[in-house]
Ligand binder design. Structure first.
Ligand SMILES: [Zn+2]
Length: 131
């Protein structure tokens, strides 16, 4: 007599109360069943589209990333590989002003070489500042 069971349920699609013949019935009608199925498919598509949009940063975000990136990052890498630096480069490397570097040179906190009128700072001198 299992086919005669009657289970009061609410349709998962339209929310109407109905009497289900089996425990697995979730909809009041076939129409609701297929409509809900289609709706879920549609939602899945929307979700997938949203997900994709989240993964590919918008142009706005890309521009913001570029703007917030420290401009000197590339330079620093290069400066770190250089044996000799100009006053400006040394300043860039430690994030100080060139006047600070020049003051330190005057106080002989940084030993420099001269190449004509140019001041050459061995990078080791900069490293030594932090020892
Ligand atoms: Zn229904």
């Amino acid at each position: 007599m299992s086919s005669n069971i009657k289970i009061p349920k609410f349709c998962q699609y339209c929310g109407q109360a109905f009497v289900a013949q089996t425990t697995t019935t979730r909809y009041c009608s076939k129409t609701c069943n297929s409509r809900h199925y289609k709706q879920k498919k549609r939602e899945e598509k929307v979700q997938a589209a949203l997900q994709q949009e989240m993964n590919t940063p918008s142009q706005m975000e890309q521009m913001q990333t570029l703007q917030t990136l420290p401009i000197k990052v590339g330079n620093h890498v290069n400066l770190r590989e250089k044996e000799f630096l100009s006053v400006q480069e040394a300043a860039d490397l430690v994030g100080a002003s060139r006047w600070t570097i020049q003051r330190m040179i005057k106080r002989e906190q940084i030993k420099v070489g001269k190449l004509g009128r140019r001041t050459i700072i061995p990078r080791t001198e900069i490293d030594n500042l932090f020892k």
